[in-house]
Design a protein around this ligand. Structure first.
Ligand SMILES: O=C(O)CCC(=O)C(=O)O
Length: 312
């Protein structure tokens, strides 16, 4: 019965109905794209079939012309310039040890005072940005956010933070666009910050350079579109298996992001990535992921077909 309710689109629409303040901005966008939808309606990539507005492309020329670009090291500038080709950028040494220590202390305090809980297999602290000014300050780092604006060719708005402490996600290879989807596609960007040194044995992130140029594999790629009343019935494991089989068709190199405390990895909405196994459980795996949506895109969640709750 619970499974049935979870697949019933009406359950989500009732929830959405009470979130008017956070969803009503979509009605203007639905109108712009000729979609006959209310703020509380379900939405998925199927609704955009036949529309051809193109995808969002990183605006590297605007990025290079921004004075904030000069604040980054030569190596980071080089990496940012290659974002379009490779689908990721590495910014070494961005945050100082003092800045990172302040965030780690803030997270410890939030845990101790039970203001946050570990969720999703006890691995993730969600939305610490809403609980701590120190965490928020890191997430809204000005030069970084300026770069993100250009990489989504618009205005990058912070949607969520995820903090890891004891373990990484150990999540199989995926594209964030399945979880946080946009129309036009490409209006999402991921930022991963090392809050301590991360080596091969404490669950580094892995990624496939260039994989962002593959098609966006959404519900239709694993037969999960569902019907007008129900969500698709496939499991997340079916999505992971589909991605694995797609990867077998392409000869893409797999890279690990072993990082020093304060380093950053930025990834494109469609870059295939995941978390390696955390082999040495004596080590922690302190890190923070930030996901930003492009402000003028329709932002939603493909699997649950829910519009994203945006706190503008
Ligand atoms: O930190 C990790 O293990 C991976 C996180 C990730 O894949 C994500 O947030 O999309």
């Amino acid at each position: 019965m619970i499974e049935f309710i979870k697949r019933l689109k009406l359950s989500y629409q009732v929830y959405n109905f009470f979130k008017k303040k956070d969803l009503q901005h979509n009605e203007k966008l639905y109108k712009k794209y000729g979609l006959n939808k209310k703020y509380y309606s379900s939405i998925s990539s199927k609704d955009f079939e036949g529309l051809s507005n193109g995808n969002i492309e990183p605006n590297i020329e605007r990025l290079k012309a921004d004075p904030a670009f000069q604040q980054f090291s030569q190596a980071s500038q080089q990496s940012l310039k290659q974002f379009n080709e490779l689908g990721y950028a590495v910014i070494k040494d961005h945050f100082s040890v003092a800045q990172v220590d302040a965030v780690n202390n803030a997270i410890d305090e939030l845990i101790e005072s039970q203001q946050v809980k570990f969720r999703y297999n006890n691995k993730k602290i969600m939305f610490a940005i809403h609980k701590s000014e120190v965490v928020r300050k890191m997430a809204y780092d000005v030069p970084l956010q300026k770069m993100l604006h250009h990489l989504v060719d618009g205005e990058a708005v912070l949607f969520q933070s995820i903090n890891f402490v004891h373990e990484g996600s150990e999540q199989k290879t995926h594209s964030d666009t399945l979880h946080m989807t946009t129309y036009p596609l490409g209006g999402l960007i991921g930022v991963w910050i090392a809050l301590e040194d991360i080596e091969e044995d404490n669950g580094p992130v892995h990624y496939y350079p260039g994989s962002h140029k593959l098609p966006y594999f959404l519900n239709s790629a694993f037969d999960n579109e569902g019907s007008s009343l129900m969500l698709g019935e496939k499991k997340y494991a079916d999505y992971e298996a589909m991605i694995e089989s797609k990867l077998n068709n392409y000869s893409l190199e797999k890279k690990l992001f072993t990082a020093k405390k304060g380093d950053i990895l930025i990834w494109h909405a469609n870059l295939l990535h995941g978390g390696e196994a955390h082999l040495n459980k004596l080590k922690t795996r302190k890190s923070m992921v930030l996901h930003f949506f492009e402000r003028d895109s329709i932002c939603y969640h493909e699997v649950t077909q829910r519009p994203a709750i945006m706190k503008y």
